[in-house]
Design a protein. Structure first.
Length: 283
């Protein structure tokens, strides 16, 4: 039986290792479909001993230097944040003062953002309540590099206010003439450099969605913000068309027939859907 534990550790700890997922790692360490159960058991053993880390997206990484804590960042409105460890509090360190989340000041966060998976270390500083402070030492994986926001210009430069409370400051996107964008347009941007305490973030406009407030643009903004696919495989579309063709409006089934009632929508003319209404009857 191959010594998968050793092979896995040797591979992920080698210089220049690029994180891969389990299927790719199985091939990299000489495994095959028939040896998959042994490989999966080795992976489970290494994870239980905290010798490897698997990110939310499935990428496999080695556990870093002693004292490095893997976790997810959650920022506050002040710009500071917390590291939520991946492992149980008593697995973090022998010092029980490390139990729970690590507080990380805005300066010590660097350019880490909410949702990012990072490595952090505890530092020789405590908050007034005795909570241990930490510092981000490495970004494991970004939660996202694509964001939606509203474009504006100032002093001949283009910027984007990203939707929500993700960033405390706008993202610089450079050339105001890029992609024909205009002030108040909703846009999709790719972040090149994330903002930190002392530096603005930098990005590029990937797509112009249209003027803020225009019908349909707000829906597109939500679609791009959450990465919802716009295109579907032909077999999915074919099945949708088939189901539509099978619909018989004369068969009520469990539906209530209101077609003889006088019903007036109360949604505005520019609403995305018309699902609020009142009915009128004569006494």
């Amino acid at each position: 039986m191959p010594d998968f534990e050793k092979k896995i550790l040797d591979y992920v700890n080698r210089t220049g290792y690029t994180p891969v997922r389990e299927k790719a790692l199985l091939k990299k360490v000489g495994g095959s479909k028939s040896s998959s159960p042994e490989f999966e058991q080795a992976m489970a053993n290494l994870r239980s001993r905290k010798e490897i880390l698997i990110s939310d997206s499935g990428l496999i990484r080695p556990v870093k230097k002693e004292g490095w804590i893997a976790g997810t960042i959650k920022k506050t409105n002040s710009g500071a944040g917390y590291l939520i460890p991946h492992h149980k509090p008593d697995d973090i360190a022998h010092d029980q003062r490390h139990a729970g989340d690590l507080y990380i000041s805005e300066r010590d966060l660097g350019d880490a953002q909410t949702g990012d998976e990072v490595y952090a270390t505890a530092i020789n500083r405590q908050r007034s309540g005795g909570q241990i402070c930490g510092r981000v030492v490495e970004i494991i994986e970004r939660a996202s590099t694509t964001f939606v926001g509203t474009y504006f210009e100032t002093q001949g430069e283009g910027y984007v206010h990203v939707d929500g409370k993700i960033f405390n400051s706008p993202i610089h996107v450079g050339d105001p003439g890029a992609k024909g964008v205009r002030s108040e347009d909703k846009v999709v941007i790719d972040i090149l450099h994330f903002p930190s305490k002392n530096y603005l973030g930098q990005g590029v406009i990937a797509k112009v969605l249209g003027p803020h407030g225009k019908a349909g643009v707000d829906l597109l903004s939500i679609i791009y913000e959450f990465g919802i696919p716009l295109d579907f495989p032909e077999e999915v579309l074919a099945e949708a068309r088939e189901q539509a063709s099978l619909f018989d409006e004369t068969k009520l089934g469990n539906r209530r027939d209101l077609t003889r009632e006088t019903i007036v929508t109360i949604d505005p003319a520019d609403a995305r859907d018309f699902d609020d209404a009142i009915s009128l009857t004569r006494d």
